[in-house]
Design a protein around this ligand. Sequence first.
Ligand code: NAG
Length: 229
Amino acid sequence: MAERGHCSAFVVDTHMIRPAVPPRLKKGGQRSLSAAQTLLFLLVALALCGMIIEACFIYRLYQTEQISSATISKLLADETSPTRPPGEDLPPSKPVAHLTDGADVEHHKHVMRWSMVADPILHKMKYENGTLIIQEEGYYYVYSKVFFFLSSESFTHEINVKTERYTGGSILLLQSRNISPRSGRIQSNSFLGGVFHLYKNDAVYVHTSNTARIARHKSVENVFGAYMI
Ligand SMILES: *[C@@H]1O[C@H](CO)[C@@H](O)[C@H](O)[C@H]1NC(C)=O
């Protein structure tokens, strides 16, 4: 009612001076002003609600992070605990061996020997005097890598097997030969790998033309292994 009164007062006024357009505008402006106020109020309320929800989410996220970091530390503690030494919690299903060089190793002139203190993997196979002795007949992937000094003399790297089924000596399985005209302290690598059918008590070993030419800086540079496929 007050609005209408106000308006009519304006209408009276404008009859004398100008057309009734501005008052109508003003009337509409007032209505949109109150609508804008409501909208502003709603927006502010919405923004506040949003902030509260955001705060809840941040709190929850922080709680989850705390829980997960606690879980991770617990898992790490479990892993490093002496009750579960690494590598022993899941034994391999098939025979496997991976041997490396080591400070404790003294090579034979030709046959390489392997470290028993450098944490070797040796499962369902025996190690004896440089040889891996097969315990279960089957197909095995056999490999070896050596790091050696080049010289004017050729260098050979082989994997051989001694078997009860053949008394004539060792059987050559894999060979790598290097002939270099240069001498000096130049070094090179040789890698051998292949699949062989091996029988119980077969003795597999790495033979070189001269183990004195093996470069022995790190144990991982000279390796020998086998696994049943
Ligand atoms: C160890 O291996 C080397 C090289 O094949 C051989 O000469 C030696 O007789 C072996 N020793 C034993 C105890 O089997």
